[in-house]
Write a protein that binds this ligand. Structure first.
Ligand code: ADP
Length: 625
């Protein structure tokens, strides 16, 4: 919405617009034959729409001037023929227009989606999901209008306009001049009114969007609202916002209620004036009654065309804005891409080496380093626990391994291969990731597990589910493996979702495992099952675990302690306790907290890059995180 507000139609560069249109027409290109047929229908339709009134004048004159019954019959037949042909042409035009439009729409969506899938994480960090979704839905629809409906309208209106004009000038130039004085006057008032109405409509929309934001916040944050007992405050906020919308809506209603009657009065007055002037021309013998009727019909046609042009212009501006937003996506280049000629990473043992790795997020205002000079060697098969206060950079460090981001200095090697020199796909295919919060896709449990390896057999999938301690609970679901989960399906508990994520990772069978342990507390039964599943998962793999549980830390071969982006301590639990540094201190605090009744997290909550919102804490003890 903020996007739309920034849009100033007057500032659209017409030349930039042209090149945008050229690019847009690339989408229509595959359907150019249909398009040509459609345009031919448009031309024919315009001619026929003029032929009707033209023939009509002879019909009237046959009756009133000549009293010729045979002529009357003939012209009636011709007119019926014209209208019949017109319907056929309109059908062809409408059908082709709609089908080409739908095809272009579908192609655009798929192209955009394909492109989005290739973009790097940093692109998504900088944009809101809702905005991207809106581009794929609303903007695409707006743009579709231009490349199909609008060109057809522009062509047909231009042709009709020119044709009608020539016809009336030829018929009676005096009346044409009279009409030329009258019409602009009426149009001007209509346009001024229209513009004001549009501004007001936009204002109403924007105001409504503000109210929607309040709504979204209050619904999304209902827990916060209720915990602070701020219901009345939120209602007040919403009411105020709605009140504003109402006031603007009233303003618009006043204007639009006035507009309708005024416009119809002006229209009728114009018609009668033309009739009056034309009547005198008829009396003077310079015009027949039939010609006067044709004149009136064509005048209305011309007025209609002018009206269409103005709305066409607005549509064009909107579409330019929408298409610019679409091309912005299509022009975004994935930051993380294969180096030219990069070979695939061969199957690895799973040794990970960080060599002097530093990193800063691009959008970080201060450009502050999030990671500084990390040097760390993780052996094949080792379980390394990452611990440290919230915001220390644990998630960021883990995200560098699958190249979600590239380090700003230093390098990361897997089995001695600098990961920037091999194909990204081959690297990621050997890495399994189990995030804190598991996203289940809308689909069956089976689909969700198979996401780990699409080609896996039924037996392999069930084996993975068993190893992840998920098989038993899955069988108890209403439809077993076919049960639909995700947004619209059965709601699973946190522990169940985690076990499905683990099954997914086991099925993928990667050499390297990156694990962000859930901080949310699970009931003790679930806790044990998840723990056991994780042990299965980590067996014989190199695992880097952002650890929150004591059991994980105790089972880890080594513990790496991060503080403000630096690796401050590295060793086993015993070694680090003996060092009596940060690790020992945090460990003791955690114990103390555990004994005191008011258990609080020692670090502030913050938002992470991969899963938001999430709770962050440094905790060792099961169920405490
Ligand atoms: P941890 O996992 O140890 O809690 P993170 O790696 O998530 O720490 O975050 C480290 C720092 O980087 C924090 O200050 C956080 O605010 C910042 N940060 C995390 N993700 C992003 C992002 N996508 N863009 C900018 N800053 C980020």
């Amino acid at each position: 919405m903020a996007e739309a507000k920034q849009e100033n139609p007057l500032r659209v560069n017409p030349l930039g617009g042209m090149s945008q249109f050229r690019r847009l027409f690339a989408f229509v290109q595959p359907y150019r034959r249909r398009l040509a047929v459609m345009l031919a229908a448009v031309v024919l339709g315009s001619i026929l729409s003029l032929a009707g009134p033209y023939a009509l004048q002879f019909l009237i004159d046959a009756v009133f001037s000549r009293g010729d019954a045979t002529l009357l019959n003939q012209i009636t037949l011709i007119l019926i023929g014209i209208f019949a042909l017109q319907s056929v042409v309109y059908f062809v035009r409408g059908y082709l227009l709609a089908t080409i439009g739908e095809r272009v729409l579908a192609d655009m969506r798929v192209t955009l989606f394909e492109h989005l899938q290739r973009l790097s994480l940093s692109f998504f960090n900088e944009r809101r999901t809702g905005e991207l979704v809106s581009r794929l839905t609303n903007d695409v629809t707006t743009v579709r209008g231009v490349v199909t409906a609008d060109i057809s309208t522009a062509l047909s209106q231009t042709l009709t306009f020119i044709g009608a004009f020539i016809l009336i000038i030829v018929t009676n130039w005096r009346l044409t001049v009279f009409m030329l004085v009258l019409i602009p006057l009426v149009m001007l008032i209509a346009i001024l009114f229209g513009r004001r109405l549009r501004t007001l409509s936009t204002a109403v929309q924007d105001q409504l969007a503000d109210a929607t934001t309040v709504l979204e916040e209050a619904i999304g944050g209902v827990r916060v609202v209720q915990s602070f007992t701020r219901e009345a405050y939120e209602v007040g906020r919403f009411r105020q916002s709605i009140q504003q919308t109402l006031l603007l809506a009233f303003k618009r209603i006043r204007l639009s209620s006035l507009f309708g009657p005024l416009a119809s009065f002006m229209g009728f007055a114009a018609v009668i004036s033309i009739f009056w002037f034309g009547g005198h021309e008829v009396l003077a013998g310079r015009l027949t009654a039939g010609q006067l009727l044709m004149f009136l019909i064509l005048t209305l046609t011309i007025a209609g065309s002018i009206g269409q042009f103005s709305s066409l212009w607005t549509g064009l501006q909107e579409a330019l804005g929408a298409s610019r937003r679409l091309f912005e996506i299509l022009d975004a280049q994935p930051e993380i891409a294969d180096a030219p000629g990069a070979p695939p990473l061969p199957p690895v043992q799973g040794r990970i080496t960080f060599e002097g790795v530093s990193f800063a997020y691009r959008d970080n205002p201060a450009g502050a380093a999030i990671l500084t000079d990390i040097t760390l060697d993780v052996q094949p098969g080792e379980v390394l626990a990452l611990v440290g206060p919230s915001g220390a950079g644990k998630t960021t460090l883990v995200n560098l391994v699958p190249r979600f981001y590239d380090p700003t200095a230093g390098r990361i090697c897997v089995d001695g291969f600098d990961i920037r020199t091999v194909q990204v796909h081959s690297l990621r295919s050997q890495i399994g990731i189990v995030p804190q919060e598991t996203l289940l896709f809308g689909g069956s449990v089976r689909d969700n597990i198979l996401y780990g390896r699409l080609g896996a057999s039924e037996a392999e999938m069930i084996e993975a589910a068993r190893a992840a301690n998920a098989h038993d609970f899955i069988l108890q679901l209403p439809n077993g493996y076919e049960t639909i989960v995700g947004e619209r399906g059965v709601k699973l508990s946190g522990g169940q979702r985690q076990r499905i994520a683990i099954a997914r990772a086991i099925l993928k069978n990667p050499r390297i495992l990156l694990l962000d342990e859930a901080t949310s507390s699970l009931d003790s039964e679930s806790e044990g099952l998840v723990q056991e599943a994780l042990e299965h998962l980590m067996r014989d793999r190199t695992s880097v675990v952002i650890a929150h549980r004591l059991s994980t830390i105790q089972n880890a071969h080594r513990i790496a302690v991060l503080e403000e982006g630096r690796l401050v301590e590295l060793g086993t639990h015993e070694e680090l306790m003996a060092q009596d540094g940060l690790y020992a201190r945090l460990y003791r605090i955690q114990f103390k907290l555990d004994e005191s009744p008011a258990t609080t997290s020692i670090s502030a909550a913050d938002a992470g890059p991969v899963t938001t919102p999430r709770r962050r804490s440094f905790s060792f003890l099961p169920g405490l995180g």
